[in-house]
Write a protein that binds this ligand. Sequence first.
Ligand code: B12
Ligand code: SF4
Length: 476
Amino acid sequence: MARVFLINPGMDVAAGFGEYQSLMEPMPSIGLAYLAAACRAAGHEIRVLDNFVNNHSVDRVVELTREWRADVVGLSMLTPTAMSTAALGRAIRERTGAKVVLGNLHAALFHEDLLREGAGDAVVHGEGEVVFPKLAQALVDGKLGEPPPGVSTRNGDGVRANLPPVLIEDLDALPRPAWDLFPWRRYTFLPFVTVAKPCLSILGTRGCPFRCKFCALGYQGNRVRTRSPDNIAAEVEWLVREFGIRHVGFVDPIFPLSKKHGLATCEAIRARRIPGEWWWTSETRVDVIDEEMCRAMKAARCKRILFGVECGVDELLAGVGKNFTTDDARRAIGAARAAGLQISAFFMLGLPGETAAMTRRTIDFARELDIDFAKFGITIPLPGSELYDNLVREGRIQPGDWGKFTTFNPDPDALPYVPAGLTARELQRLHRWATWRFYMRPKMIFKHVFVIRSIGLKQIVNGASILLRQLFRGRL
Ligand code: B12
Ligand code: SF4
């Protein structure tokens, strides 16, 4: 048995999100909650720190590691938090007796550098529920030897890796996420996602069969694995009854993906007749959904559907391998509307080949669609994506300064990538303009204040003050 300390490292939100930082509230990290449950089931003693909530300094986290006498510390590493997480890993290794294990996409991609520079003792590649509890035991027993499948380790000055990443086949067999160890009452989703609070996330499937060039998920291959509909529905009921959750957010890459599985899951949820004022949301593609599916979702208490529409220009969609068109988006949005679902759509500005005129077309397209929320992000070449690999190969981006790799990056001098047809300042300005043009319409203001009313007063004030500050500083 080991004493395992799992940490979701915080992030310098002021540096990464600037004027948008007030939108970045702590959100549930379901990967860590699954890991915590797996460790507990394996008999380890487990403690969790969500540093997005606590915002402790490195010194304080080191102190907590010592106080709790952790044997193994697990750190989750996505790209924007990579530098601070690596510094934390080094500090824990140097100043406590604990072994440090790094996991999640960024750690897997850059395992060699991270292990060489002493940020961790081992890296887990892929899904950690089976590998990590065993690795933790081997590390406390001092019996690691050759790295097991899906793990890389330090080896003197070098690194030993046993790849490829491990993916879990039987998702129904996993213990449910150990939310009881997390400050779950503090979590929220982004304003255009949240329909009620308290909220927590759920995963019905893992993996995505598509290959969009800007998406980092390709690194893990595209094998889709699904949970059985009843297993998913039982977890929804557990979240509502045991935790009093009012918003269950599906964070699958695409849910529903297959119509058969989607309809069966909706029926399994509906059949349970889970009482109370609760709803669910999910994100999907515009080309996998039709009106029958949307109606089944609505009948099963889905309140809002989130679509990755991405762009209003077909040639740009084709350029990033999206494999659907703006007409598909119109069709899916019509189907969701007919079924009575609320609709959020995500758009990416600054795709490869984009010009200012094209960005304006995307903004006009968002206004033309019958949707309730639009979220505009700036295209970031994320490690793990084809876009990132291409740009690095062409010498057009500088890897390394990872804190800048956020989709709300407000500093034009710090944008990791701008397409050739735009300047950084133009892109930033168009990004701000997009939100202003979409929301600052009488129709939208009326809808959000009097009809939908899912954005709390605090968030309305936050959003409005961001936009007004931008207007008065002449930045729109
Ligand atoms: C939910 C989600 C979020 C949530 C929660 C994030 C979180 N910490 O889990 C929120 C909204 C906060 C979020 C924020 C961001 N996200 Co996000 N997010 C997702 C999403 C949709 C699901 C993640 C998930 O829960 N997967 C399921 C679980 C089971 O898998 P997992 O998290 O990977 O965890 C498993 C393994 O990675 C591993 N593992 C993970 N951590 C650890 C730690 C240890 C010690 C070990 C051993 C193993 C291990 O074991 C876990 C269990 O199997 C994915 C896309 C997707 N559908 O996968 C994007 C994704 C992870 N996000 C991404 C990005 C870019 C972001 C943002 C940068 C966006 C932004 N605004 O700029 C921020 C970064 C925040 C940060 N912490 O740095 C990218 C990551 C790319 C990259 N190279 O880092 C993804 C892949 C989206 C994409 N399509 O490109 N995100
Ligand atoms: S963007 Fe969505 S559809 Fe495209 S590869 Fe990523 S998860 Fe799949």
